[in-house]
Ligand binder design. Structure first.
Ligand SMILES: C[S@@+](CC[C@H](N)C(=O)[O-])C[C@H]1O[C@@H](n2cnc3c(N)ncnc32)[C@H](O)[C@@H]1O
Length: 385
């Protein structure tokens, strides 16, 4: 099978898949290949925080031209896979010199499928590119064709907990990946000084409470519509994973802060929905005026990147952020931030001890780690470190 993820999160996802019982794990770019049973597939969908989709291959053949593609697809027993009255869509990727247009290859594949249904039943399943019952993946490398079924359906970043959106919410899979890259092991406090609608807070709190990634999503998975869907096995896996909730006895603070009261209202709404509102404290201040919790604290944040604010203001914001790191946060804090603004980044005035490349949508970003020292709060003479 193939688990899809974001650039830079492949190793994290490989670990998560191993915990689901996957074997033969191989890291690819933005994906991880693995072997597993249906149980592995259900568990990976339910628990992997850094997977966007789990794809299950079901047909493989060679095709040297359009007609061979059509003929091979026609021979697949689609009536055993798709519902004639259902909807489907095809995502396609092609590489090599034979199939140079992925859209055209998908069209040929679609024709072969619907023609087979028409021949057999006089009617056919319809295409729905928004919310199809069956999402197929067509993957062609040179003349080698693989057809996979997207077992997740809607992307797994849609966890089902987001009631309010905020200004520029970070993707849930990226947020979880950032936390894992930053070493969030739920053994200290967590603080996001620019928390927006609270995605990092919720993902951190879900990990601290061992709440499965898709706990709030219900049964909104592609595989629930498959003919081979085993509801009893799926329920059993959910029960096993739900039994782990609260098993860490997490006894630290999770705090969020944002300057914008309206946005914080959204964070509160999301937290209420997840019933994590008692575990997370929210503050409304500029980050310069907000202390982190007392004691060892991991800080991970997603500041503005200048998509909506002027460059001068952004440089000033990053300067203030650096000063706050130096002056307000002590050596028991470790700070990470993600940004795509490489100029503004220089205004932080601290040398990052790690830089990890990630993408926020199409934006080339860096996740930066800053080691902190006891600043003015604890040692007034160190103000200008
Ligand atoms: C990119 S958004 C964060 C989005 C958040 N990660 C989420 O998932 O919703 C940046 C946030 O920084 C906040 N912000 C901007 N300047 C701030 C400041 N000086 N102090 C605190 N928060 C600030 C904005 O209100 C905004 O919510």
């Amino acid at each position: 099978m193939i688990a899809k993820t974001m650039y830079g999160l492949e190793a994290i996802l490989a670990d998560e898949l191993q915990q689901c019982g996957a074997t033969d794990i191989e890291q690819l770019t933005r994906a991880v290949a693995f072997t597993g049973t249906m149980e592995t597939l259900y568990r990976a969908n339910y628990t992997c925080r850094t997977a966007l989709a789990i794809l299950k291959p079901f047909a493989e053949f060679d095709a040297n031209n359009d007609q061979e593609l059509y003929d091979n697809v026609s021979q697949i027993k689609w009536e055993k896979i798709l519902d004639v009255d259902g909807t489907f869509m095809i995502d396609s990727t092609t590489s090599g010199t034979i199939f140079t247009h992925s859209y055209y290859a998908a069209l040929k594949t679609k024709d072969a499928i619907v023609d087979r249904f028409r021949r057999m039943f006089g009617r056919r399943p319809t295409i729905n590119t928004e919310n199809a019952d069956y999402k197929l993946n067509l993957h062609i490398t040179d003349n080698h064709v693989t057809l996979l079924m997207n077992s997740s359906g809607e992307s797994l970043h849609k966890r089902g907990y987001r009631q309010a959106v905020g200004l520029a919410p970070i993707n849930e899979v990226l947020a979880a990946g950032m936390l894992k890259l930053a070493g969030w092991k739920c053994d200290r406090n967590f603080f996001d000084p620019m928390c927006g609608s609270g995605t990092l807070l919720i993902e951190a709190a879900m990990m601290a409470n061992s709440i499965p990634a898709q706990y709030y999503r219900g049964d909104n998975f592609g595989f629930c519509r498959w003919k081979e869907f085993n509801r009893a096995e799926w329920r059993n896996i959910k029960q096993q994973e739900n039994k782990k909730i609260g098993s860490l006895d997490f006894d630290h603070e999770i705090w969020g802060n944002d300057i914008d009261m309206d946005v914080l209202g959204g964070a509160e709404e999301n937290l209420q929905y997840t019933k994590l509102h008692k575990d997370v404290m929210l503050y409304c201040n500029s980050f310069e005026d907000q202390d982190p919790p007392e004691g060892p604290t991991l800080i991970v944040t997603n500041p503005p990147y200048g998509e909506r604010i002027k460059v001068d203001d952004l440089n000033d914001l990053y300067t203030k952020l650096g000063n706050t790191f130096k002056q307000r946060y002590g050596s028991d804090c470790e700070a990470w931030l993600i940004t795509s603004d490489f100029d503004a980044m220089k205004h932080i005035g601290l040398h990052p001890s790690r830089k990890i490349q990630l993408f926020n949508g199409s934006l080339d970003c860096r996740l930066l780690k800053f080691e902190l020292y006891d600043g003015s709060k604890k040692n007034p003479s160190a103000q200008n470190l």
